[in-house]
Write a protein that binds this ligand. Structure first.
Ligand code: UD1
Ligand code: CA
Length: 451
């Protein structure tokens, strides 16, 4: 079985962060997790070389395929790979990857392994207009790979070469172990360079197969926050392309973010500046208007989410309308043909079908039946300062505007609550209940005049 070695021991100083570099995220997923997921199908075991902050990294990333290997001192990329020597089998192909190169595709990994299967050693390079900082690929007069020269060790002619080493390679285990054991830190940085194995293989008459990567974003490394943001955009744009090619209408892929996964039916439309997080599921003909955040939620057929709404860990039925400016908080379910309007907040509640909560309400810890109409400014007073209590509003009830329902309380079927009531006891079915002072008028009252 093939194995992978992922280098993740570096400190990542240029990120200027207390979070280890590999635990920064692209598309809502840790950099290291991207690399693990991309390699998983191609290898049996994944050896992750960790050093700085290894405990934090191990805690964050749980995967049964990982074998954690500690590199106590960072003496170079060659030294890092040497730490995994006990886990490299002679006959298998060993794939070398970097935890800060998160956008590498599965298909590229597979091609690289196929090439190594026939030649014993394959190397992934890329052509860059600005090759500064990278190791250059040196080829001989036949065009075969001869060696790699690091930026700091290169001469003027070598610095002009645009083909650079991505560092990513696949090599037969026995060869890798042999060349690793011969590495010497004879270079300007005094490090054990993994790249030196190339020259050793060439001397050993191994014909190194090269794969030139078509897109440079796939092999871009992340060293600082600017590169992190570039990787994020590259990831979002390739993800948006995939979603559009499977039928999602995205109004502007440059203003689209999905930090997780979306499933969707036919003819769904996502307007600008929408953020999806976690796992989301859209039915058919769902429209998400601008500036919405949708997280871990399910939205049914023909439902329209109007602008500036936030929906989190909720299930919304079909033919329903939410927003604008609605906030649907976790553990909420809204039924079919319902309407949640502007400035309505709903938390941990179940609203059934054909019900309307149209303006400026807070509904928490509630069960609301079918055909209920909740007027503007209604509040369920669910918290007594220590505990949360339930409100139950049964089918067909009508709650007049600006009423407070002090939980625990139940409103009966087809009950009507007069506007402006504070309801502290259960209200019976089919009747009007109200708690409101009688209106009075003072005849001889005069407005004060200004002194
Ligand atoms: C390396 C390559 C260079 C290539 C470039 C691509 C070498 C000698 N050079 O250079 O040819 O163009 O990558 O980005 O291999 N790491 C460890 N332990 C160590 C040292 C590094 O785990 O002791 C890890 C780092 O965390 C990092 C990766 O290896 O993820 C690359 O190391 P870095 O020092 O950044 O290599 P470069 O100088 O960029
Ligand atoms: Ca370096």
């Amino acid at each position: 079985m093939n194995t992978a070695i992922i280098l993740a021991a570096g400190q990542g100083t240029r990120m200027r962060s207390k979070t280890p570099k590999v635990l920064h995220k692209v598309g809502g997923k840790y950099l290291l997790q991207h690399v693990i997921d991309a390699s998983k199908e191609s290898v049996g075991e994944i050896n992750v070389i960790v050093g700085h902050n290894s405990e934090l990294v191990k805690e964050a990333i749980i995967d049964s395929k990982i074998n954690w290997v500690l590199q106590e001192e960072q003496l170079g990329t060659g030294h890092a790979v040497q730490q995994a020597t006990p886990f490299i089998e002679d006959e298998s192909i060993c794939l070398i990857l970097y935890s800060d190169v998160p956008l590498l595709k599965r298909t590229t990994i597979k091609q690289l392994i196929n090439k190594a299967n026939s030649s014993g050693f394959s190397l992934l390079s890329v052509l860059l207009e600005e090759p500064y900082g990278y190791g250059r690929i040196i080829r001989d007069s036949n065009g075969s790979i001869h060696s790699i020269v690091e930026q700091k060790d290169a001469n003027q002619d070598q610095l002009k070469i645009n083909e650079i080493n991505t560092g990513i390679m696949a090599i037969k285990g026995s060869l890798l172990k042999k060349y690793l054991s011969e590495l010497q830190p004879n270079n300007s940085q005094g490090e054990f360079y993994l790249t030196d194995i190339v020259e050793k293989a060439v001397k050993d008459n191994v014909n190194i197969a090269s794969l030139i990567c078509e897109s440079d974003s796939e092999v871009m490394g992340i060293n600082d926050k600017k590169q992190l943001s570039q990787a994020e955009r590259a990831h979002q744009s390739s993800q948006a392309e995939e979603l559009m090619s499977s039928g999602l209408t995205i109004m502007d892929p440059k203003r689209f973010d999905c930090r997780g996964k979306i499933n969707f039916g036919n003819d769904c439309v996502v307007d600008i500046n929408v953020i999806f997080e976690g796992n989301n599921d859209l039915g058919n003909n769902v429209v998400i208007s601008p500036n919405c955040i949708i997280k871990d939620s399910k939205i049914g057929d023909n439902t329209h989410i109007l602008p500036n709404s936030i929906i989190e860990n909720a299930s919304i039925g079909s033919n329903t309308s939410i927003g604008p400016f609605a906030r649907i908080r976790p553990d909420t379910s809204i039924g079919n043909h319902s309407k949640i309007g502007n400035f309505v907040e709903i938390k941990k509640s179940n609203v059934q079908n054909n019900s309307k909560i149209s303006h400026l309400s807070y509904i928490g810890d509630s069960k609301i039946g079918n055909d209920v109409n909740i007027g503007a400014g209604v509040i369920t007073c669910n918290y007594d300062g220590s505990n949360k209590h339930q409100t139950e509003i049964n089918d067909g009830a009508f709650i007049g505007s600006n009423s407070q329902l002090v939980a625990p309380v139940t409103i009966g079927e087809n009950a009507t609550i007069g506007a402006g009531s504070t309801i502290t006891q259960n209200a019976p079915d089919n009747k009007l209940t109200l708690s409101r002072n009688k209106q009075s008028t003072i005849d001889k009252w005069k407005r004060p005049t200004k002194k």
